[in-house]
Design a protein around this ligand. Structure first.
Ligand code: SAH
Ligand code: SF4
Length: 385
């Protein structure tokens, strides 16, 4: 298997081009094709000499995510199911900053990306872990999610303008017509898709570096949020990375008793260890942590829980993001009534904690991660595939 071109940094490419005796400006041209114009084939890179393109093709792959399924429309939350080169499926979810309430187009978009195929952590409420863990995503497969979504967005805009040729599939079209440069659609990244990002640490950090670099994605590190179920040692490692990512902790329980019931990872890293790591992170980085708390009826939604939760949030100078549970087919959990959620957030606020209650965007299209993949894989299995 060839190394994929989108798993290399500029420095690595420069070393390779030097070894080949190619001038340095060719690297800049290549990077422009890859990240500004999202080229999907070597042939599209028309200002690179044919001999160089042949050498690149011989030594590197240029993998493009193939769209398997899509839900939602451009002015709402859109969910993309991608098929990888080995046939595995992953998801990315595109969320406009202001879903077009008044029919206007939103120019700011958050993309939620995956880091693994499946997940090994098996949180009881989550679709991503239901069928276990298959593999880590490579650097290029993390990076490609942004580019692939943007490629599709352009195709859709063109289709609306009636310019799309009916006989071409979108990817074929993208292969022939790379994007115009400087039209980044995604300006905010959340690593909250399928998988546990900190369990694929090295690939994640390298991918985020590429997405952050001015020659790559150009997305500010402060606009990248990494979410973890609580891998304490990796949180400490993240604290000493030079880049200023945002950190979100999937807490979902403010006591070991609650957390142990729904998150097996808590047996390995119980709250005192997780909170210790978060405290260190907060001290080193001086950045605010977000505590994610899914509200699940009868599990973690009693007002009693707001007291230890508020104590934790204050200790960590963290804000709390409450998310009413999104139903997963085949799992028994349900979200609490709206009044229960409102009371919960009010109790936290009364305790001087900054808390927000997310009124789900995209809940109607299975936006909670892992659900579209699970559904598709089960459908394929049932169809004998
Ligand atoms: N593995 C990482 C990142 C991916 S999960 C983590 O757990 O943080 C992204 C977020 O979605 C997590 O906070 C997760 O707990 C939450 N989540 C999973 N299933 C959900 C569901 N059915 N409804 C609402 N949120 C869910
Ligand atoms: Fe994995 Fe996160 Fe889902 Fe837990 S919540 S199973 S860690 S993806």
């Amino acid at each position: 298997m060839l190394t994929d071109i989108k798993s290399l940094t500029r420095e690595e490419l420069e070393a390779q081009f030097k070894a080949w005796g190619e001038p340095a400006y060719r690297v800049a041209q290549l990077l422009d094709w890859l990240y500004a114009r999202r080229a999907a084939s070597w042939e599209a890179m028309s200002n690179l000499p044919k001999t160089l393109r042949a050498k690149l093709a011989e030594n590197f792959s240029l993998q493009v995510l193939e769209l398997a399924r899509k839900q939602g429309s451009p002015d709402t939350t859109q969910k993309f199911l991608w098929q990888l080169a080995d046939g595995a499926f992953i998801e990315s979810v595109l969320i406009p900053a202001n879903p077009a309430l008044y029919g206007e187009a939103s120019d700011r978009h958050t993309l939620c990306i995956s880091t693994q195929v499946g997940c090994a952590y098996g949180c009881r409420f989550c679709a991503s872990g239901l069928d276990g863990w298959k593999r880590n995503l490579g650097v290029h497969e993390i990076v490609e999610q942004i580019l692939a979504v943007e490629r599709w967005n352009e195709i859709e805009i063109k289709a609306e303008g009636g310019k799309r040729k009916a006989e071409m599939s979108g990817v074929e079209e993208a292969r022939l017509q790379p994007s115009a440069p400087d039209s980044r659609l995604v300006d905010n990244l959340v690593v909250m898709g399928m998988g546990e990002p900190l369990a694929n640490y090295d690939n994640l950090i390298k991918a985020l570096k590429i997405l952050n670099a001015p020659w790559g994605g150009g997305i500010g590190a402060r606009r990248m949020t990494i979410s973890t179920s609580g891998l304490a040692p990796q949180i400490r490692k993240l604290a000493v990375e030079p880049m200023q990512f945002r950190l979100a902790i999937s807490l979902h329980g403010a006591t070991d008793e609650v957390r142990n019931r729904i998150m097996p990872v808590n047996k390995k890293y119980p709250l005192h260890e997780l909170v210790g790591a978060c405290e260190d992170y907060q001290k080193v980085k001086g950045r605010m942590i977000t505590l994610e708390y899914i509200l699940i009826a009868g599990i973690n939604d009693s007002l009693e829980q707001t007291r230890p939760l508020a104590a934790l949030a204050k200790r960590l100078y963290a804000k709390v993001n409450l998310i009413p549970y999104n139903k997963v087919e085949g799992l028994p959990w349900v979200r609490p009534a709206d009044e229960v959620c409102e009371r919960f957030v009010a109790a936290l606020e009364k305790n001087d904690v900054t808390a927000t209650l997310r009124r789900e965007k995209g809940g109607d299209i299975d936006a909670a991660c892992g659900q579209l993949r699970l559904k598709t894989e089960r459908e394929l299995k049932n169809a004998g595939g």
